[in-house]
Ligand binder design. Structure first.
Ligand code: MLC
Ligand code: AMP
Length: 483
C-alpha cells in the first residue's frame, strides 16, 4: 500500500519511538514513570503493559493488518499496543457495529484476523490476547511512514471510508498537543471515550503512552466517574461537558484538575461559561478530524475564548478560501472554507483515490469541509459544515446517507431523508423523515433496524412520518426545509 500524499520529509524528521514511554530502556530504568493505565478497573504498570503487549506483538508479527473490537478493556489496549510494537496496522472496529457496517469494514480494510475479542459469528480467524503472558523481546521501531491505523469514518453518502494514519503523523500530532497543553508525565489523564476514534484512542490512549502520563479510562464518560477519578487532565466531547455542567457536585470536584479539554464538536458558549464558573477552569477547546488529527487548539498558557478553537498547533498552517478559491480576509468576520496542512495529516482514504483527491489537495493542503473565520490574532472559530449530510451527534460523526440506506432496506420504507436537528444535549440529534409504503410502521422497529445494520450511535432518535419529502424542480430533496 503506497501512501497517497503527505510530506515524508516532515514525517521522517519525527524522532524516536511512537510509544515513547514504553521504550524498553525507559521502562527498565524505572525512570520515574507512573503506572501506565487503569481501564475497566484493572491497573497496569508500564512494565506489565510492555511485557504483555510484546507478547501480543510476538503473536501478530508478520501480519499486515488486523481488526480490533475496540471495547474499553485491557484486551483492547494490549491488542493495539502489541500490534503497534510489531509494526502491524490496526483497524479499530466499533464494538456494537451492525452487520452491514462490520462487513464493509472487514472487506474494505482487508483485515487478516481479529486480534483479541471477536464478534459472535465472525468467520475471520482470531488471534487471542493473553493478559498474563509476558515477553521481553525487543522490536526495532517500525518505519514512521508505516500505517498505524485504518480509521473508519462517515462521509456524506455511502459507507464509511478508512483513513490511513501513519505512525509519523500520530507522533507529530501528539507532540504538538503535548506542547500546546503542557502535557507531561506528571499528568493523569481521565476520559471515558470510545477507543475507535481519534479522540479516545489516539489522543486518549496513545497520547499518554507517548508522553508518559498515566491514563484512567472510566468506561463511560459520566459526571460521577470523572469527578471520582482525581485526574489533572480531562478529555470530553461537548455532550460530556454539558452533562458535567448540569451536575454541580461533580463539576466542582474538577476544580482540582489542571486542564479540561473539549473537542470533536462545538462546545456551546453557555456550557463553557458554566464549567468555568463551577470548576474555576476555562476549558481548552480544540478542533480536529479523523483525517487530520488535531490541528487547532487554545493553549494551556494562552487565551481561551468561548466559541473559538484557537490557534494552529505546532507545524500547522491554515487558510480560508471563498467559492472562487481566493483567500478570505482574516478579520474575524469573513467566512471561508477551512483548509489545513501539517505533519499530522492522514495519507488518504484506503481504496478511494477519488474521494482522497477531493480532500487531499496540491501542496499538502487538506479541505476540511468546515467553514470558519479567523481573526487578526490568528484565532479560529468554526462556523459549521459545508454539507448538511454530515451530522455530529454526541461527538459521533454520522453520514445521513448511510442511515438513509439502512432505512431504505426496511420493507415498509418508501422514501427517507435523514437530518441532524439542534439538540441541547447532543449538539445534533438524528431525525429521519420517512414516507411509509402503507400504514406508518412501528417507530421502535425502524430504529432497531438501523442498529442491526450500523452502530448504535447511528440510530435516529426520532422518526417523523410524512406523506412526501420536500423536493425542488429537479427532484432533489430540500433538507433545509426539514425541521
Ligand atoms: C441512544 N439510545 C437510544 C437511541 N440512542 N434509544 C433509542 N433510540 C435511539 N436512537 C439510548 C442509549 O442506548 C442509552 O441507553 C440511552 O439512550 C442514552 O444514550 P445517549 O444519550 O447516547 O447517551 P450515552 O449512551 O451516555 O452516550 C453519550 C456519549 C456518547 C457522549 C457518552 O455519545 C459518546 O461516547 N460520544 C463520544 C463520541 C466520540 O468519541 N467522538 C470522537 C470522534 S473523533 P442505555 O440503556 O445504554 O443508557 C473526532 C476528532 C476530534 O471527532 O476532533 O476529536
Ligand atoms: P470526526 O471525523 O469524527 O473527527 O469529525 C470531524 C468533524 O468534527 C470536523 O470536521 C468538525 O466538523 C467537527 N469538530 C471537531 N472538533 C470541533 C470543534 N472543536 N468545534 C467544532 N466542530 C468540531
Amino acid at each position: 500500500m503506497t501512501p497517497v500524499t503527505g510530506d515524508r520529509s516532515v514525517i521522517s524528521s519525527v524522532s524516536g519511538v511512537l510509544l515513547r514511554s514504553l521504550n524498553p530502556a525507559a521502562v527498565a530504568a524505572g525512570d520515574d514513570l507512573p503506572d501506565a493505565l487503569t481501564i475497566a478497573g484493572e491497573t497496569l504498570s508500564r512494565s506489565d503493559l510492555l511485557g504483555a503487549a510484546t507478547s501480543v506483538a510476538e503473536r501478530v508479527a508478520g501480519a499486515e493488518r488486523v481488526a480490533v473490537l475496540a471495547r474499553p478493556t485491557v484486551t483492547t489496549v494490549l491488542a493495539v499496543t502489541g500490534a503497534l510494537l510489531a509494526g502491524v496496522s490496526v483497524v479499530p472496529v466499533p464494538p456494537d457495529s451492525g452487520a452491514a457496517e462490520l462487513r464493509h469494514i472487514l472487506n474494505d480494510s482487508g483485515a487478516q484476523a481479529w486480534l483479541g475479542d471477536a464478534p459472535e459469528g465472525s468467520e475471520l480467524p482470531r488471534i487471542p490476547v493473553r493478559k498474563h503472558a509476558r515477553s521481553w523481546h525487543r522490536y526495532a521501531e517500525p518505519d514512521p511512514a508505516g500505517i498505524a491505523f485504518v480509521l473508519y469514518t462517515s462521509g456524506t453518502t455511502g459507507a464509511p471510508k478508512g483513513v490511513l494514519l501513519s505512525r509519523g503523523a500520530i507522533a507529530a500530532g501528539l507532540d504538538a498537543l503535548a506542547e500546546a497543553w503542557d502535557w507531561t508525565r506528571k499528568d493523569t489523564l481521565v476520559h471515558g471515550l470510545p477507543l475507535f476514534h481519534v479522540h479516545g484512542l489516539i489522543l486518549g490512549l496513545l497520547g499518554p503512552l507517548r508522553v508518559g502520563s498515566r491514563v484512567i479510562h472510566t468506561g463511560k464518560p459520566t459526571p460521577e466517574a470523572y469527578a471520582a477519578a482525581g485526574g489533572t487532565l480531562y478529555f470530553g466531547v461537548p455532550t460530556v461537558w454539558s452533562r458535567i455542567a448540569e451536575d454541580e457536585e461533580a463539576a466542582r470536584k474538577l476544580a482540582e484538575a489542571r486542564l479540561l479539554v473539549s473537542g470533536s464538536a462545538p462546545l456551546p458558549v453557555p456550557v463553557f461559561r458554566k464549567l468555568h464558573e463551577l470548576t474555576g477552569h476555562a476549558p481548552v477547546e480544540r478542533y480536529g478530524m479523523s483525517e487530520t488529527m488535531i490541528t487547532l487548539s487554545t493553549r494551556a498558557d494562552g487565551e481561551r475564548r468561548p466559541g473559538w478553537v484557537g490557534l494552529p498547533v505546532r507545524g500547522v498552517e491554515t487558510r480560508l478560501l471563498d467559492e472562487n478559491g481566493a483567500e478570505v480576509p482574516r478579520d474575524g468576520e469573513s467566512i471561508g472554507s477551512l483548509q489545513v496542512r501539517g505533519p499530522m495529516l492522514g495519507d488518504g482514504y484506503l481504496n478511494r483515490p477519488d474521494a482522497t483527491a477531493e480532500s487531499w489537495l496540491a501542496d499538502g493542503w487538506f479541505a476540511t469541509g468546515d467553514v470558519a473565520v479567523i481573526d487578526a490574532d490568528g484565532f479560529h472559530r468554526i462556523v459549521g459544515r459545508e454539507s448538511v449530510d454530515l451530522i455530529k451527534s454526541g461527538g459521533y460523526r454520522v453520514g445521513a446517507g448511510e442511515v438513509e440506506t439502512a432505512l431504505l432496506g426496511h420493507p415498509e420504507v418508501a422514501e427517507v431523508a435523514v437530518v441532524g436537528l439542534p439538540d441541547d444535549d447532543l449538539g445534533q440529534r438524528i431525525v429521519a423523515f420517512v414516507v411509509p409504503r402503507g400504514a406508518a410502521p412501528d417507530e421502535a422497529e425502524l430504529v432497531a433496524h438501523v442498529a442491526t445494520e450500523l452502530s448504535n450511535h447511528k440510530r435516529p432518535r426520532e422518526i417523523r412520518f410524512v406523506e412526501a419529502l420536500p423536493r425542488n424542480a429537479m427532484g432533489k430533496v430540500q433538507k433545509k426545509q426539514l425541521s
